[in-house]
Design a protein around this ligand. Structure first.
Ligand code: QUE
Length: 381
């Protein structure tokens, strides 16, 4: 039997002594509570493709969309936990290699898998952002791209101290999708634009200081925290439950270290004041000359797709002050266009399929990215 790429289970809450959720309400109206019927439950989602770093496939996104939709209106479910199997990490992103294998296979249906994958992935992201009860995202190790998209909408974003967090799409000629234009624009001191354009890798301490993480804990204590959730006192009020969970994770938080990213708030704020992608690039290259912290970010941008850099800059600009629904609708337009342009296919070929790590971007130079090409990415198909 092949194992499911996503595991779902429910955990009953409460050890049996004392009144449970629902019992109070029943007593109040004079009905004897029935423990078995009214015990609250937590829904646990585990991404389960550890050998592929839990990269998201269409099947995984469809399964999660269905289960979360059911749990959203299931009164017994008081909260949802989202986690990843295996030691390496929570999730490396969307399984874009599968998308591009379909494109490269050719034929009239070559875009069908990708179009459906992005449609379902973004619907799942939206559901998480708008979920009517707490979602606790527990991330350890690698959390990138589509993985960060799942976490960004959760009400409780908990990162392990060993986290490696990034939006690395520039490397593969894509844009920082999964509502990146929404959540990256909200990060403090312009950190989101740096992440969006350069795939800059940040730590859990950085994530906490820019507002992406809410709690930082040791990975080794994550399962104990889930156990503690099953022993917690739940209410039938999601707001009360939200506060209870915040306290539960704050109790387990480790003392925070300095954020190297936050120390450079003046520099990252300066980067967001630029008016174009080339201006951003020149300012970043200048920063890297005096501060080695920015070297890898500058290198990533210079080696990344010039088209993706231009489009991503414009995407973040257009996404400012837009709702998450609007941003995800724009994401779908862009993702469909990226599938139908050169660099995304070439980037995935070079980094994930052939692994020669030498993408041949077209156009290869920043100066040759025309306004027409940039704007073509924003037109609905
Ligand atoms: C940039 C990316 C991704 C990436 C590498 C990049 C990405 C992604 C993966 C990935 C990793 C492991 C897998 C897999 C995909 O790598 O989005 O299927 O097993 O999902 O440089 O954006």
């Amino acid at each position: 039997m092949t194992e499911s790429p996503v595991l779902f289970r429910t955990e009953s809450c409460g050890g049996g002594d004392g009144l449970e959720f629902g019992d109070m309400a029943m007593l109040a109206v004079g009905i004897e509570p029935d423990d078995a019927t009214f015990r609250p439950q937590i829904g646990v989602v585990t991404l389960n493709r550890p050998k592929q770093l839990n990269a998201l496939t269409l099947e995984m996104c469809s399964l999660m969309l269905s289960q979360l939709t059911a749990w959203a209106s299931d009164d017994a479910i008081v909260a949802v936990v989202l986690q990843g199997a295996g030691e390496k990490g929570f999730c490396a992103g969307g399984d874009v290699a599968e998308v591009i294998r379909n494109v490269r296979a050719g034929g009239e249906t070559r875009f069908d898998y990708g179009d459906e994958f992005f449609t379902v992935e973004y619907a799942l992201d939206l559901l998480i952002h708008q979920f009517p009860k707490p979602i606790v995202a527990l991330s350890h190790g690698v959390c990138m791209g589509g993985g960060l998209g799942l976490i960004a909408g959760a009400s409780h974003r908990v990162f392990a101290t060993n986290s490696k967090i990034a939006m690395p799409e520039i490397h593969i000629g894509l844009f920082p999708d999964v509502a990146g234009g929404y959540f990256l624009n909200q990060l403090r001191d312009g950190a989101g634009l740096l992440m969006a354009l350069t795939g800059h890798l940040i730590t859990a301490d950085d994530a906490l200081s820019v507002g992406l993480a809410e709690h930082v804990i040791e990975w080794e204590t994550m399962q104990a925290a889930v156990d503690a959730m099953t022993r917690a006192t739940w209410s039938n009020d999601p707001v009360q439950n939200h506060l209870m969970l915040s306290a539960l994770f704050e109790d387990r938080a480790v003392p925070t270290n300095d954020s190297e990213l936050a120390k450079r708030a003046d520099a990252t704020r300066g980067l967001t004041a630029t008016g174009s992608a080339p201006e951003f690039r020149d300012q970043l290259v200048a920063l890297a000359e005096s501060d080695a912290y920015f070297s890898s970010a500058a290198k990533n941008l210079l080696q990344g797709s010039p088209t993706a850099a231009h489009v991503s800059f414009e995407y973040l600009r257009r996404s400012k002050d837009r709702t998450v629904d609007d941003v995800l609708a724009l994401d779908l337009i862009l993702a469909k266009q990226f599938q139908r342009h050169h660099d995304f296919t070439e980037g995935v070929r070079a980094l994930l399929i052939d692994k020669d790590k030498a993408p041949k971007w077209s156009p290869a130079s920043w100066a040759d990215v025309s306004p027409k090409l940039i704007h073509a990415h924003f037109s609905a198909i």
